[in-house]
Ligand binder design. Structure first.
Ligand code: ADP
Ligand code: MG
Length: 262
């Protein structure tokens, strides 16, 4: 594969030259995550907290899913389990034909490394490295990564590659973190409150980047937020309350970040 432009590095096929590519024609979608009766109990001393109380869920490849819910409803727990950072206490969880519920630490590490990009509220960039070097740390470990420059172009930071985190705004730092997450070409991008530390206009820029990655590279994206206004950008909106999935709705069409109002 040649990498002759920022959008050529994807794992889906595109017409050349379509910078603002429309949604790909409805490709047959495959279920990638399948969870059944997912429970997670945290034990701290004598106290047991049931963070997930039986979640059934399917996520298809290429979907953009927004996960809403009040603080403490189990969103991060669910995302961490989907991403192989943690395992459920009981229940079934598969990523394609991988059993994530019974995977050992080695298998989970491999799953994360090969398939998952994470974006968190705080960007976790290394202060002494430039944007390019922060991304290169990850691409050095990946099997068929994008060049760091390509990933940074994709998030709109082509002109900021040699800046250090302290020279970038919060929104720009988060876009470096997104570039780092996508540079290894993950199948799935899991974002836990990616706009939680940003003001709303800046947050929308970051969400727009995530939505474009999802459309242009075909990366499945699951984004946690407690801002319900953002739900309009998604293909699908899940709501968690008290460890249970209480709604699962599909949007008739997706809004651009610029169309959201609050
Ligand atoms: P959310 O992301 O929706 O705010 P979390 O998944 O972080 O919710 O937490 C769900 C519940 O599980 C909360 O009651 C939280 O306090 C508890 N919890 C989360 N992580 C841990 C942990 N590592 N140890 C103990 N309790 C936890
Ligand atoms: Mg959380």
């Amino acid at each position: 594969m040649t990498a002759d432009g920022p959008l050529s590095g994807g794992n889906t096929e595109h017409e050349p030259g379509g910078a603002a590519a429309p949604a790909p024609a409805e490709a047959p979608r495959e279920i990638v995550f399948r969870a059944r009766g997912l429970r997670k109990v945290y034990r701290t001393g004598q106290v047991e907290i049931e963070a997930l109380r039986g979640v059934d869920l399917e996520v298809s490849s290429g979907e953009f899913v927004v996960l809403l819910g009040a603080s403490g409803s189990g969103k991060s727990t669910l995302l961490n389990i989907l991403g192989g950072l943690d395992v459920p206490t009981s229940g079934e969880l598969n990523w394609r034909d991988h059993d994530l519920a019974r995977a050992d630490e080695r298998e989970l590490t491999r799953f994360r490394r090969e398939h998952v990009g994470f974006v968190f509220q705080f960007y976790n960039l290394i202060a002494s490295l430039t944007a390019r070097e922060n991304v290169a740390l990850v691409t050095d470990l990946a099997q068929a990564p994008m060049r760091p420059e390509v990933a940074l172009e994709l998030v709109g930071l082509g002109a900021r590659m040699d800046h250090f985190p302290a020279q970038l705004s919060g929104g720009e730092q988060q876009r470096v973190a997104i570039a780092r997450a996508i540079a290894k070409r993950p199948d799935v991008l899991l974002c836990d409150e990616p706009t939680g530390a940003l003001d709303y206009p800046t947050g929308k820029v970051v969400l727009d980047v995530i939505a474009r990655i999802n459309l242009e590279l075909g990366t499945t994206a699951i984004v946690i937020t407690h801002n319900a206004a953002i739900a309009g950008m998604a293909d699908r909106v899940l709501r968690l309350a008290d460890g249970r999935l209480v709604s699962d709705e599909r949007n008739a069409s997706r809004l651009n970040a610029s169309e959201l109002s609050w």
